[in-house]
Design a protein around this ligand. Sequence first.
Ligand code: FES
Ligand code: FE2
Length: 422
Amino acid sequence: MNETSEALSRYHFPAADCSRIPYGMYRDAEVYELEQERIFRGKVWNYLALEAEIPNPGDFRTIAVGDTPVIVNRARDGNLHAFVNRCAHRGSIVQRQLHGNARGHICCYHQWSYNLEGELVSIPFRRGVKGVGGLDADFDPKCHSLRRLKVESLNGVIFGSFADDVEPLEEFLAPPFVAQLKRLFHAPVKVLGYQRQRIFGNWKLYSDNVRDPNHGGLLHMFQITFGIARLSSVGGATLDAEGKHNMSWTAQGKPVEESKDSGYGDTARGDMDIKLRDPSLLEYRKEFPDDRSLTIASIFPNCTFQQIGNTLAVRQFRTRSADEFEVVSTFYGYEHDDAAMTKHRLQCANLAGPAGLVSMEDGEAVELVHRAIVRDKQSHSVVEFGGKGAVKDQENLVTDVPIRGFWLHYCKLMGIQPGAEA
Ligand code: FES
Ligand SMILES: [Fe+2]
C-alpha cells in the first residue's frame, strides 16, 4: 500500500465500506496529482485503442493515459507498441496528429526521430558542423528511447500499463469482464465514428455515474418514457471479486408493468403514454446469444464498454485536471454488418454521446455536483442504495453498490484506509 500523503490526510472517509465519500476528493488538485502516479501509472491496465483503428504496419493513434500523452502504433512486424508522446530531447510532443500512418515519429522541434518501437534512431547534426558543436561522442541514443508502456490486447481491444509488475490483463479484468469483452468483440469490428465531449467536473464523478444504475431510470427521461430501461426492468449489476469493475445490465423485453403505486408514482417521471413517430430508433435487433439489450461495462479506472440496444461504443474519460475531463467515444459495428445494420447502428447512436437522447444529462449532472461541492470538503455524499457493507453482485437496478466497489479499490491504490480514525 502507498503511504498516505499530506493531501490525503486532509480527508476522512468515515465509513469502511465507502458509503460516505468526502467531497474534497473530487476538488483537490494535489489529490489529482497523486492519482496520476498511483492510479493511472499504478498497477492498472488502461484502455488505449481498438486494433481495428491501427490495422496496418505504421498505423498510429495519439491518445492519453490519465493526462500523459501516449502514442499507440503497429510496428513493421505487426506488433503493437505504446510509448509516452514526449521527446527525450527537451520534452516536446513528438507526434501531433490524432492518427495516421508513418514510418516513425519525428519531433518537429529539433527533428529527433523515433522508430515504431519508440527507439531514438536519428539526431540531426549529432556531430555538429565540421567537428564543432553537436553531442559528445559518449552520447548513447539507446538510453533515450521514448518511455514504453506494457501492452496487451484482448479480442482486438488494446490496453497499456506503466507498471512493469502489473498482473496479466485477463487477471486484472477478471472473468465476467473477459467474458463481456469477448461477447462484444466476438467478430472483427469496424469503427463508425467518434464523439468528444469536454466536461467541467472531476473524472470520478463520471466514474460514479457509470456505476450508478439507479440514476438511469430517474435522470434520463427519454429512457424512462420510452421504456428502454426503467428501474422496474429486469436487470442488475455484475462486479469482479474486488468490485472495481462493474457491468450494469438490463434484459430485453417490457419492463415490469407500471401501475399508479409503482415507484414512479412518487416522481415527476410518470408520463409513459408519449409515443415516438418513428419507433425504429428503439428497436433492438437481437445480436448476442443472451437477452441483454443494454450493458454498460465499466473497467477501472476510466473506461466503459457500452451497448445501448445496437449502439456499441467504447467511452474513455480522460483526465485533464481535478476540474475537467474529456469523454472520447469510439462507435463501432462489425465488419459483417450489412448496410441496413450499419445505418441502424448510426441512427441509434443518437441515443448516446454529448447530445444523446439518453446520455446528454450525464455531463450536466456531473457539473451540477462539481459546482455545488466547491466548499465543505469534509462533507460527504451518501452511497447507500443497495445496502451497506460488502460489495457484491446486484439483482436489481435500484442500487449504487458498484460506486462503493470503485472507491474501495481506489482507496487501496491511493493508500487510504476508509473507516480509520481521523
Ligand atoms: S524537443 Fe524534440 S527534438 Fe528537441
Ligand atoms: Fe447516465
